[in-house]
Design a protein around this ligand. Structure first.
Ligand code: MTE
Ligand code: MOS
Length: 777
């Protein structure tokens, strides 16, 4: 059943209330964060006295003004809220200012005096490796005997792959409004994927108790992982200023500051060795992943783990070893970004499979299909989990047919033979993505459902809305469980005083977890209501009682399935509940069953289930400029029984395009001092309308109910991002056509115009050299 996003009309009319739209009184102060201009330096001294004198300034704070713990680290306590005597990246917060106007803040900032002694920063993965600047000890996963299997393989491939960082580019930059109440009370309107963590960190920072801090999230103007931990920072800074001044304080980062201060997708330097046979079957794979964690741990351990868990993507590798290294550099701490390490791991495997095809001069689609996980055999991953409900073959067969791959492949070849300066390329790539937090205990959720006497329903749950349509899906779930129309259900802003102690809305599991918690709360309510209504029907039919277990909730009414004449409208029934002394408020709780994961061994069953998708992209590359155009994209994606096809298709389209951005145009650059050079939309190129494929066909796989999630649905959010690889590999295919597919292009990610052009030039040079040597090319 499709209906539009619950806030769609509010989004487009501007009625939707974001934090910057919340009305506050004239007590509101503007907050500002003053951050480090050095990637690495000692703070020798500072003087805030002149800044404090600026008229209208209410506070200029340093680390000494923090009443509680100077910490914002979500997992490891290695991230001070305000730097004390050392700064470890450009953008690290050192001071906070609250003033009546922005101009006063800026004036105060100009008057702050700081004396630094610059230290040598680590700004590249190479230097981090050279200095053995590890954040954690290396991690490993192993299945079989990869060294032996490599030595016995008919063919060997070796290589190195760089995948770049990326900026989240949520439309609403980091923002928070903190409003003090009486005593220590603080209400914090945060743009955070993880309100419970925001609440906990603020309480620790201010040295107050969690029951004195309420964090509320109505909606975020996009997050994409960038507000899983990084939303806490702006929230902590605002809360600290509000706590000290006892005035409401709002901090909103301007775009440039947001890009400079916040962490990004982890860039990786990966090395691989693969062994395969003459048929293109993978025998063995050894991978070393080097992740740039930035200056602190943040979520990097779990992100590296997910990368390691996804180096197989959709393919069975009998003998496999993965080493994961997490390096500390002097850049802002890198963080969650849609896919959470998965894309970085999958990029390696997709490169390997593509290269196997090029070595054997076969169509990559054929090599891919051959190596897919099997249905009944060859179906155990390199970490021991069996791939159940494998949709890869269904997707492949249907998509190869619907995209007319074979015919278009021939046309592409014909086109390439008759065009010198334009080359076309195609690629089909799959995604298999594990659904669940790999930190197993995070797989839990809570809900509070209230029904009112007018028959309206108010749902509170622990998940947050960032545009992905979680609240719309929850609304649908609640309506379906109660058997009432969707209009009856409203989903409240997420609030830590209504549903406490929740996990982040992340890992694509928002609907799976919170939907189940909501269902559990509704089951409790329906039990109570059914009991009372069975009594009510029995009172009316003396001698022939109704039983609670035969009552059904359907069509906005409650009726006895054994006695068709006994029916009452939902509204009328709810109107009677108060007089009949029935509580219409219940909590629900859910934790995912059946997950177990031995982190130390890298073995177990970390995922509740897998999501699958597949994509065919066709591109045209201009070999004179390195520019490319996406001509056509066909996607078939598995979302189980969709809770809302419109929203799911939106997620698939958006995920794919976001992936294409990461794979092609989004390039992050720092200068040799660690200053971000690409800190605004004029230097950092996210996809725009012109980058959408000219012909874009997205469908959902039919008749594939998922037994492991609410109402047989399936998570959708992150996996489609990884379908962007098909565009990346289609570009590689087009470049390969420059050398008539005899020479392999060398490719890093993103494939920017420069990368494409250089790859083209290398191939042209090689062709020339071979012709000079009399080799037929
Ligand atoms: N879609 C929109 N429109 N905006 C977002 O910020 N974040 C993505 C994805 N889709 C995001 C989005 C990420 S990183 C995740 S983990 C999921 O949504 C989170 O929501 P879910 O678990 O409810 O799907
Ligand atoms: Mo998404 S990266 O799990 O917030």
């Amino acid at each position: 059943m499709s209906f539009s996003h619950e806030s769609a009309s509010k989004h487009v009319t501007g009625e939707a209330v974001y934090i910057d739209d919340i009305l506050v009184n004239d007590q509101l102060l503007v907050g500002r964060v003053v951050y480090s201009p050095h990637a690495h330096a000692r703070i020798l001294s500072f003087d805030l006295s002149e800044a404090q004198k600026v008229a209208g300034v209410h506070a200029v704070l340093c680390h000494k003004d923090i009443p509680g713990a100077n910490q914002m680290g979500p997992v490891v306590k290695d991230e001070p809220c305000l730097a004390a005597d050392e700064v470890i990246c450009v953008g690290q917060a050192i001071f906070l200012i609250a003033a009546e106007t922005e101009e006063q803040c800026l004036e105060a900032e100009r008057r702050i005096k700081v004396e630094y002694r610059p230290l040598d920063p680590i700004l590249t993965l190479e230097k981090a490796i050279e200095h053995q600047s590890l954040l954690i000890p290396p991690r490993t996963m192993l299945r079989g005997e990869p060294d032996k299997a490599l030595s016995e393989s008919e063919h060997l491939l070796k290589g190195e792959l760089r995948t770049g960082a990326a900026e989240h580019w949520y439309l609403e930059t980091q923002v928070c409004l903190a409003v003090p109440g009486e005593g220590n009370e603080l209400t914090v309107y945060a743009s955070s994927q993880h309100p419970s963590e925001t609440q906990a960190l603020i309480a620790e920072l201010l040295g107050i108790r969690r029951n004195e801090v309420v964090v509320e999230v109505r909606r975020m103007g996009g997050a994409f992982g960038g507000k899983e931990t990084q939303g806490n920072h702006t929230a902590c800074w605002s809360a600290l200023l509000a706590g000290v001044t006892r005035r409401p304080v709002k901090i909103r980062l301007c775009r440039d500051d947001d890009q400079k201060i916040t962490g990004k997708r982890h860039r990786f330097l990966s090395r691989y060795e693969a062994g395969f046979d003459n048929d293109g079957m993978l025998r063995a794979l050894k991978v070393e992943l080097n992740s740039d964690g930035g200056c602190a741990t943040d979520l990097s351990i779990a992100i590296l783990e997910r990368a390691m868990l996804h180096v197989d993507n959709a393919y069975y590798v009998p003998h496999c070893s993965v080493v994961g290294n997490l390096w500390r550099t002097n850049l802002p701490s890198n963080t969650a970004f849609r896919g959470f390490g998965g894309p970085q791991g999958i990029a390696v495997m997709e490169t390997v499979v593509d290269r196997i095809a090029r070595v054997l001069k076969k169509d990559p689609s054929e090599i891919r299909q051959k190596n897919f996980y099997g249905i009944d055999s060859r179906n155990v991953t390199h970490y021991g989990q069996t791939v159940e409900h494998n949709r890869l073959f269904l997707l492949y067969d249907q998509l190869m047919a619907s995209s007319e791959y074979a015919r278009r492949r021939k046309e592409t070849d014909t086109f390439n033979n008759s065009h010198e300066f334009l080359k076309r390329g195609m690629a089909i790539t799959p995604v298999k993505f594990g659904i669940s937090f790999t930190t197993s205990f995070l797989n839990q959720a809570g809900a509070l459902v209230n029904v009112y006497g007018d028959g309206t329903i108010l749902v509170n749950h622990g998940g947050t809305e960032m545009g992905q349509g979680l609240h719309t899906k929850i609304q649908r779930i609640a309506a379906a469980e109660f058997g009432v129309s969707v209009e009856r259900v409203k989903v409240n802003a997420t609030n830590t005083s209504k549903v406490p102690n929740t996990a982040a809305t992340a890992a694509s599991a928002g609907t799976d977890l919170n939907g189940m918690a909501v269902k559990n709360a509704i089951d409790t309510l329906k039990g109570r209501i059914a009991e009372s209504m069975a009594l009510y029907f029995s009172e009316q039919h003396k001698g022939d009682p109704s039983r609670p277990d035969t009552l059904v909730f359907e069509d906005d009414s409650i009726r006895d399935s054994k006695h068709p004449d006994r029916t009452i409208s939902f509204v009328e029934a709810m109107g009677m509940m108060f007089a009949r002394q029935v509580s219409l408020s219940a909590t629900g709780y859910y934790k995912t069953p059946g997950i177990q994961w031995d982190k130390a061994r890298g073995w177990g069953h970390p995922f509740n289930y897998y999501a699958f998708g597949m994509c065919v992209s066709e591109v045209e590359v201009d070999v004179l400029t390195g520019g490319h155009t996406l001509l056509r994209t066909d996607i078939l994606h598995d979302v189980g029984d969709s809770l809302n096809p419109l929203i799911d298709i939106g997620q698939v389209e958006g995920g794919y395009i976001q992936g294409v951005g990461w794979c092609t145009t989004e390039e992050i650059k720092w200068d040799e001092k660690g200053n971000l050079l690409t800190h605004s939309p004029d230097t950092y190129k996210i996809p725009s309308v012109q980058d959408i494929p000219k012909d874009f066909r997205v469908s959902l796989l039919k008749d594939v109910p998922n037994p492991n999630a609410i109402r047989k649905s399936k998570a959708v959010a992150e996996p489609p991002l990884m379908l962007g690889f098909s565009a990346w590999l289609a570009i590689k295919d087009a470049v390969s056509a420059v050398g008539n597919h005899d020479l392999e292009p060398d490719f890093s990610l993103p494939a920017t115009n420069e990368v494409i052009l250089l790859a083209v030039e290398r191939i042209k040079d090689e062709v020339k050299a071979r012709r000079g040597a009399g080799v037929e090319v």
